[in-house]
Design a protein. Sequence first.
Length: 489
Amino acid sequence: MSTSTPTTSAEPAEKTFLGHPRMLANLFSVELWERFSFYGMQGILLYYMYYSTTNGGLGIDETIATGLVGAYGGGVYLSTILGAWLADRVLGSERVLFYSAAMIMFGHIALAVLPGGVGLAIGLILVGVGSGGLKANATSLVGTLYKEGDERRDAGFSIFYMGINIGALIGPLITGALQTSLGFHFGFGAAAVGMAIGLTQYTLTRKKLPAEAHHVTNPLPRSKYTRWAGIAVAGVVVIILAFVTGVVTPANLALVMAILAVIASVAYFAVILSSEKLDSTGRRRVVAFIPLYLASAAFWGLFQQQFTVVAIYADKSLDRTFFGWEMPASWVQSINPVFIIIFAAVFAAVWTKLGSRQPSSPLKFAFGLVFMGIAFLMFIPFSGGGANSTPLIALAMILLFFTFAELFLSPIGLSIATKLAPDAFRTQMVALFFLSVSLGTTIAGILAGFYDADNEIPYFSFSGIAAIVLGIVLAIATPAIKKLMSGIR
């Protein structure tokens, strides 16, 4: 901790955390525990679905299981819309974050104690909706710690992102070890305990958040409460009927989620761009966010295959044996967080050192896509080798490129969303970024259905080349996007 505070800090008299506003440490911590529970659960989720009942799983078809994982992940990020709307219009970010954390904890408890499909459905709905509410608002609160033009912002989000990945590192290690030794429900129980710790920590520190955290930026008139409550009830009824009548099934859920993410994104951009609260500069900045949204969706469509294609690859093709001991397949999910913890500080230091000379946000996005493409091409030399044929070091190097790609795009995406956001839509612009993650995550589940372990080269080749081409196109378009950003980098 440092006792001196730069003049650019949001609260000049306050002590700092690694040179940043001290409240970053509190948000860093609560997000760490939430990610511990989320990634701990997700690390064993796919295996829980497609493992046979004799091995403690549900025996779901593997293709359907990957689609469900993608749909669930997409639903998490899609629900950021609800969390952002409630924060900006009804409750404020601080209270939405608190209620969301409680919902997540109860969702993990449901997965741990309720059997079969009932526990899976209830648990994933609670965790999914709660995680969406927490993610958008925690990120928005980090953005409020920095004034416009503060060059520490990208570095601050990189530090925040490092906290996320400490949780993502520890979670799969603990849940995976418990799953292999005691069973899946003990793994889910560990996720519930982790979220309980995070909720307790947040409860003890929430009063120290700045007043802006409690502020409702665009209050919904009381006269409209009944109308919106009716809309919410009608929406729930429609969802229930869609499943009961068979319109939506486990087999097509991922496609439905992708369509909903596209519709929600188009509607959200239309609402913001048509708002009278925007001046011409604010409107240009929102338009500048559109190509970044598309690039982000493409990136996450590949990156989130860590939980589908890479998870299957780790289970079936990776050599995980060490001196007669077999490492749990879920532990592979902790490799990327290890690299994030190592390199997030490096990237943050580089951006801080470069200051105004660092690459613009669109160019960072382009680098992220190119590195993602290279990572998929790196699978090709090891394709077709059969069971237990790929050395762990090879997959680790591939995931290192996943990490570089992520650090170029993900924390920068969170940061640019807060920088380009109009005041009246601050949290909702963050939700738009998460909508791109929702669409990409759902696409990751859909794409996994085309993965064939017996003929991998076409799949990895197409994915890698497509990402590299998109990165080059975005780099070429960067000067035009920067003009629309109106002075924001």
